[in-house]
Write a protein that binds this ligand. Structure first.
Ligand code: DCP
Length: 230
């Protein structure tokens, strides 16, 4: 199958590259996913699906991201159900190139973000139950497979600095504790692998580094990232 073929280094690269491969790029808010994706966007065999954050800010004129941060009890379900829809659209989107790279996935939306909101009392139990039912159904019924997860692992403090620097108005209300809680959920899911199923092998990149050092890592690990030889 496609994954085995990508892992089989005895097959010459151009032939391996003809098989389809999906990479999900995960990590906390502000960890540098966009930088990573912009870097790999230059590879001719790779198509990049950036997170549809702009569409979340304008759903028929409604800024659902802002609503969620302003009153999470009221608007988390609205926001996260729209995130789930746009993620699903990206998962099932027809892949034209050998490698499809996605910013986040339907998995981190559920296992990290929805879980965080619920566990910290920002999402009512009934909303969590409805999202969970949808998620379980989509897992059974839709093609949401991922072949590799790249985890950009940064400390919550680094993420906070980067969020402040980029100054996205909706995120002015994000406290450090929110990032700490999200960090723990990413760690539980992708490093300790105790809490939720991990849908693919995980490649970890330490993302506290400065941009030029990080780009060196991107280059060194390029073959693993694009071929799945973790
Ligand atoms: N978000 C959320 N729930 C999700 C997905 C995202 O609440 N299921 C929020 C968190 C951020 C915003 O949406 O406020 C953008 O999320 P990302 O962390 O995915 O994207 P960034 O642009 O912050 O990524 P990076 O800085 O790593 O490039």
């Amino acid at each position: 199958n496609a994954v085995e073929c990508y892992n089989d280094v005895s097959i010459p690269w151009p032939r391996r590259a003809k098989k389809k491969f999906t990479v999900a790029v995960e990590g906390n808010i502000g960890c540098g996913k966009s930088t990573f994706l912009n870097y790999f966007m230059k590879s001719s065999n790779t198509e990049v699906l950036m997170e549809p954050v702009n569409s979340w800010k304008s759903v028929q004129g409604h800024n659902t991201l802002e609503l969620m941060y302003k009153d999470s009890q009221r608007w988390s379900l609205t926001f996260q159900s729209y995130v789930q829809l746009t993620m699903l659209q990206n998962h099932v989107k027809k892949q034209r190139k050998a490698v499809k790279m996605m910013e986040r996935s339907i998995y981190s939306a559920k296992y990290c973000f929805v879980e965080n909101l619920y566990k910290n009392g920002m999402m009512p139990g009934v909303d969590y139950a409805v999202l969970s039912e949808w998620f379980a159904w989509m897992q059974k019924s839709c093609n949401i497979g991922v072949d590799l997860i790249v985890y950009l692992r940064a400390t919550p403090e680094t993420c906070m600095d980067r969020i402040r620097q980029r100054n996205r108005k909706e995120e002015s209300l994000v406290p450090l504790e929110y990032l700490e809680s999200l960090h723990e959920l990413h760690e539980d899911w992708l490093i300790h692998q105790t809490k939720f199923p991990v849908p693919a092998p995980v490649l970890v990149l330490e993302a506290d580094k400065g941009l030029s050092d990080l780009q060196l890592d991107f280059e060194t690990r390029r073959e693993e990232i694009l071929c799945g030889n973790v």
